[in-house]
Design a protein around this ligand. Structure first.
Ligand code: CAO
Length: 449
């Protein structure tokens, strides 16, 4: 081991720049490239890294000092090997500079943070000239995440904030001239983590008050089923993250119901209950083909839409333990009888808790039918990452103007509620999709095409 001097390296045209931050103190063990200090001119700030590993013996500068290339920074107790390396004519760390783009910087012009190790105090005869491209690259001193509120922070603090995912524009600086220090970032992250979930995401959701309901009357507490807990969390996330719009419509299913009933006996002979839901599945696939954006998911990067070439349709199934969504695969390749049989089998399995996990995966679109129960309309929650869901309510006989618009005819009308993710689907397409469905359902022959 020997005591080596660490000098300010060649920092280009910068002279008499101020030391604004010291990251080390006597006794600290440093690895090569660890940041020692940050210097700042009126235009830029840059970190000065340790040229080699060692223990800080003595600091020769303090915050506020002005330094230039060659100024003595500190004494480092370093292994003789490091010293020998640093004195070599070609310094190893100079051969592969890899400046990192400073993603926090909003200036957009050459905002690079130098992470290039620099030689500090090679013996004069061994000092290698520093090629300009290998000099530390300054970052704009006041470049911020949000240009409306510039963040004033050193490259190392920016890097630290980036590692923790902290937005510097939201951190209040306690350093000189409002500069953001590492401790400020730490405090900000701690405070964010302490906030209730909704608030931390910037939703400003007031936490629900804890109420003792027994003060108002007799109560009984029952644990939520595992399915309710899981689906509850997913429904909440889907409701909060996907901007929902619900499009309402009505389909005339008079002829469809007549046809379905006329087929009941034949279906029964094949051991099938031919349900409306099976026809709805066929109609939905037809509409998904016509409007492929509905058979899609947003990619995780939020930059792409993943269009699916398969047609797996889920259906909400009410079970004693809560809501599950079995998925009928390749609906486009099956006839209504097969679909009806599968719907019945899957519903039974779901209610007996025997449905396998993979039978609930891979859905492209979901149908939630409450028609067998009642209600006129409802707004279903999208089963993300799908982008739309069709709600079906109870059909009802209604007086509808006939084609001549002179008399009313009793028609069986089926209420439809299509909720869609407005990030992916525009209102016009939402209305086109339900109109397409209406056309399919009001003329059963179309379903065969
Ligand atoms: N309008 C009027 N009657 C309807 C109807 C509609 N839209 N849909 C079904 N029916 C009638 C049927 O004709 C049948 O009557 P019959 O027994 O006299 O023939 C009865 O309701 C039962 O219908 P079905 O056997 O076809 O079953 P279904 O399609 O109504 O239900 C299933 C199947 C799995 C969807 C249902 O059991 C279920 O779980 N529904 C609840 C779904 C749910 O909870 N959704 C909300 C999720 S939150 O978004």
């Amino acid at each position: 081991m020997s005591i080596k001097e660490v000098l300010v390296p060649d920092i280009g045209n910068f002279k008499d720049v101020e030391v604004i931050e010291l990251m080390v103190k006597p006794g600290d063990s440093l690895a090569a490239d660890d940041s020692i200090m940050t210097v700042e001119s009126d235009k830029a700030a840059m970190d000065i890294p340790a040229p080699f590993a060692g223990t800080v013996k003595e600091l020769k500068i303090k915050v506020g000092d002005k330094v230039s290339a060659g100024s003595l920074v500190l004494l480092l107790d370093a292994p003789d090997e490091s010293a020998a390396k640093s004195a070599a004519p070609v310094v190893k760390s100079f051969t592969a500079p890899s400046p990192l783009v400073d993603a926090d910087s909003g200036s957009g012009e050459g905002t690079l943070v130098a992470s290039v190790p620099l030689p500090s105090n090679p013996a004069p005869q061994a000092r290698a000239p520093i090629p300009p491209r290998n000099r530390p690259h300054p970052v704009a001193a006041h470049a911020g995440f949000d240009s409306a509120k510039p963040a004033h922070a050193s490259p190392s603090v920016r890097r630290f904030a980036r590692e923790l995912g902290a937005e510097l524009s939201r951190v209040k600086g306690s350093g000189p001239r409002g500069r953001i220090l590492k401790e400020d970032v730490q405090s900000w992250v701690k405070a964010e983590l302490a906030k209730p979930a909704g608030e931390a995401f910037g939703l400003g959701i007031t936490p629900a008050p804890v109420i003792d309901f027994s003060q108002f009357g007799e109560v009984e507490s029952q644990p939520l089923s595992r399915i309710k807990k899981l689906s509850g969390a997913n429904l909440h996330r889907n409701w909060v993250t996907a901007p929902h719009v619900t499009q309402f419509d009505e389909a005339d299913i008079t002829d469809l119901e007549e046809f379905r009933k006329s087929m009941q006996d034949e279906a029964a002979k094949r051991g099938v209950k031919l349900t409306l839901l099976a026809f709805l599945m066929k109609a939905v696939v037809n509409a998904l083909r016509a409007y492929p954006n509905f058979n899609a998911s947003l990619a995780a990067d939020g930059e792409n839409l993943v269009l699916k070439k398969y047609f797996h349709v889920g259906f909400a199934c009410d079970t004693p333990d809560g809501l599950v969504v079995p998925v009928v695969r390749d609906v486009n390749k099956k006839d209504v009888m097969d679909i009806a049989r599968e719907l019945a089998e899957m519903s039974d399995l779901a209610r007996e808790r025997k449905l396998k996990v993979d039978a609930m995966q891979g859905g492209c679109f979901t149908i939630s039918s409450l028609g067998g129960i009642g209600g006129t309309q409802f707004t279903p929650i999208i089963n993300c990452p799908e982008v739309a869901i069709l709600g079906v309510s109870r059909s009802d006989w209604k007086p509808v103007w006939n084609k001549t618009a002179k008399t009313f005819e009793p028609r069986l009308m089926l209420p439809l509620s299509l909720s869609y993710d407005h990030r992916v689907i525009d209102g016009a397409d939402g209305a086109r999709f339900t109109s397409h469905l209406r056309a399919m359902l009001s003329d059963v022959r179309r379903l065969l095409l």
